[in-house]
Design a binder for this molecule. Sequence first.
Ligand code: GCW
Length: 680
Amino acid sequence: AAEDGLNAWLRYARLPPDIAKQATVPLNIVALNTTETSPVYVAGQELQKGIKGILDRSLNITHEASEGSSVVVGTIAAFNNSGISIGTPELEQDGFWLSIKGDTVEIVGQNERGALYGAFEYLSMLAQANFTEVAYATNPSAAIRWINQWDNMDGTIERGYAGPSIFFKGNAPVSNVTRVAEYARLLASIRVNGIVINNVNANAQILSDANMAGIARIADAMRPWGVKVGISLNFASPQTFGGLNTFDPLDKSVIAWWTKITDKLYQHVPDLAGFLVKANSEGQPGPLTYGRTLSDGANLFAKAAKPHGGIVMFRAFVYDNQHLNERNWKDDRANAAVDFFRGLDEKFDDNVVVQVKYGPIDFQVREPPSPLFAHLKQTASAIELQVTQEYLGQQCHLVYLPPLWKTILDFDLRVDGEKSVIGTDILSGKRFNKKGLTGYAAVVNVGQNATWLGSHLAMSNLYGYGRLAWDPTVNEVEILEDWTRLTFGLDDTVRETITRMSMESWPAYENYTGNLGIQTLTDITGPHYGPNPQSMDNNAWGQWTRADAFSIGMDRTVKNGTGFAGQYPTEVAAVFEEIETTPDDLLLWFHHVPYTHVLKNGKTVIQHFYDAHYAGAETAATFPTQWAKLEGLIDKQRFDETAFRLTYQAGHAIVWRDSINQFYNSLSGIADAHDRVNNH
Ligand code: GCW
């Protein structure tokens, strides 16, 4: 059963014989590539393994095109060379065409990676007992579909909740890359094509010769799965690692140093995806240290990587956590990204991608979308999501995240008065005609735990991330149902229960942790876990609620507040500027109001707090009982491990509920209309 955890949604569990017999199965597998490390070759093996597992049929693999009953996988070029006639499908980079007709299956990739994705698609259908005949092409919504690991070289993981790193140990890349390859397999199946393996708070030692050889080992393990490796860089490396007396991005010796280091890296890993850079944020060094611009900093790496085809993901998460002062009514960390990047839009090299966290603050339970997406018209941009549940229960709470992500991806920013939906228009590159480099990055904290994320149910977030990066319009319930069938089998009760609980989970978490846009009321100075509403003010991190005895919320209006609302395009800015038009769930994000302010739902703010916290905890209390119905319908190990976590969550939701309700009850002195909160 430990295998079930490691295989996640790629279990290839045997279908019941009466269902399996309805499948029309080809007799052979033809993989149109003989190089063992090629994704097409790997696709052939995966098809063999999957069909054996799901249908109990043993198929041979050949590498020559043959007539008759077979599943053929290869690139367009390989199909053409082999003389198998195929319609000429419209394929973009990484796209594929899948045709299933009787016992003839054709999987045609635009490139090797696309062919592998097509093989996984076919297997996903079989595993879900979907035996329909199909013929369609599918292409990614964006070229960049990456993972960011925050793994430190000592083997710890920043915000890691699932054991030590699978990439690093003892200040070096691991020598045993078994888990690395297994991870790449999972990532390939959700069409992730790149991964940055070390923490954005980067250690310059990653650039030593021995470590470069280690990165090459990791890249070798992931390459057959079509996953390219990149690394995070520390801006001060020329000084701290290279021994120069400066790291000024415009200094000639610094430029020469980075060029040389980059050339050397590409000797070790010729297809290195590129670099990820966190600069001038939370104490990290950067170009501002020398009075240079952020674009000077990004372009330094871009120029070094350009001849090798590498790209630079430059993070927009730039803010100064030393000088934010809550006594200043206009101070606002949410303003930072647009403030820092304003005026730089034309200044970035064409292989720089600005990577923007989905919200203006930091992976909170609810945020409006970052307005920076509307400002980057020339510059390529990518969204940064977090599968790691940093503020969202740290994988000890079930919180299914695609519905949260969709509030951002589906948001229409109305740039220049035109439709500008973040997923389909902006991240796809269509709205501003950006060719090639746009997309998605997700922070993921898989570790050595046999479930990858420390929780079986948390894996739907990783799976969902891949699905949405490929197609941001795919329905979040559909994602969940596919994932459930693949992970836990075809039983209706299992699917319905897990789908219902998962869909209830984010709203419940928002209810018991921090509603109305006030953010996750967690311990902001410490682990970001558990309730600590008091810590959400007077901290230098700039994550504030401005709660006093009478009122609460950040006034981010232009007329009276921090001006943040004005960073959005006109139509959106107008909505958030006024209390009347701001949706209740973002009210306290944009406005400072008395606890007695009446919401659109007819309740006062304070009564809504009380009620929502009770409602959220009540929903969480149903999770263990809902789960209990699945006893015997799934294997005992996964049943027990999940039951344990859900029971804990139900209890912790009560801790959240009571801590927060008591806190605001004391602060405001306003009684709960239903007399549950009893300080007064
Ligand atoms: O949310 C904060 C996290 C830090 C993280 C930082 C970032 C990697 O608490 O742990 O550092 O964001 O995204 O850079």
